[in-house]
Design a protein around this ligand. Structure first.
Ligand SMILES: [Zn+2]
Length: 236
């Protein structure tokens, strides 16, 4: 019989479909056997009794356990429908499995630590970005109350929201992007814009109606001594 690729990988243990007994010690029926000289033998008689079964499924654990195991075997079962043997897992030394589990656990812990570091760094970036955004709002609109500039900056820089603060322009803190965030906030907070939209007024018409109110707030926030409210290319 031509050897299958499975057999060439090393020792093979079989989960028998039929009731089989050990040809040497007569124990049985066997849940796992090894064929020696065409006859089934139990794992103890085949000197594999000290190995432990590791079911398939965790590739890294399996690879490490086999690498660390002086003696190991592949466990297969015949699939009648497919007409071939299918891998069920491996038999490995218990100490090798324990070491492999420790290494996989260490990897998982290292990954978890790295994720925590990444999250902390992103949170720090968010804090810095929001602070810089609020500073820029105060520079452009000195009359804007602190809690408003902080709220607008925080709202605009919510991670992943796709809001203006997260856009490339907002990232670069361009005055256009910062002004756009302020205009949006004023529109929703200081004017009846939302109420108009809810009552069915078309957006363009609603924006036209509230434009004077928005401009008044922005002019007040810009403070005296300025040339007056310039839209910076932002539609009010
Ligand atoms: Zn036996």
């Amino acid at each position: 019989m031509a050897p299958t690729p499975l057999i060439r990988t090393g020792l093979l243990a079989i989960q028998p479909l039929k009731r089989r007994h050990c040809a040497e010690c007569r124990r049985g029926p066997l849940s796992l056997l090894v064929i020696e000289d065409t006859e089934p033998r139990c794992l103890d008689c085949a000197d594999l009794g000290h190995l432990v079964f590791l079911p398939r499924g965790d590739t890294a654990l399996t690879r490490r356990a086999r690498e660390g195991s002086g003696l190991s075997a592949v466990v297969v079962r015949f699939n009648r429908r497919q007409g071939r043997y299918e891998r069920q897992g491996v038999l490995v030394e218990e100490a090798a499995l324990a070491r492999a589990e420790e290494r996989c656990l260490a990897d998982a812990e290292a990954r978890a630590r790295r994720r925590a570091r990444d999250a902390a760094r992103r949170a720090m970036e968010d804090v810095r970005f929001t602070a810089a955004f609020a500073d820029e709002i105060r520079r452009l609109f000195p009359g804007c109350p602190d809690e408003r500039s902080r709220a607008i900056a925080a709202h605009a820089s919510v991670r992943g929201s796709g809001r203006v603060g997260r856009s490339a322009a907002g990232r670069a803190l361009s005055s256009v992007a910062v002004t756009a965030a302020v205009v949006a906030a004023v529109r929703h907070t200081d004017t009846p814009y939302d109420r108009l939209l809810m009552s069915g007024v078309p957006r363009g018409e609603a924006r036209r109606r509230i434009a004077p109110a928005v401009e008044a707030v922005l002019r007040a926030w810009q403070g005296p001594g300025r040339a007056g409210w310039r839209s910076e290319g932002v539609a009010v």
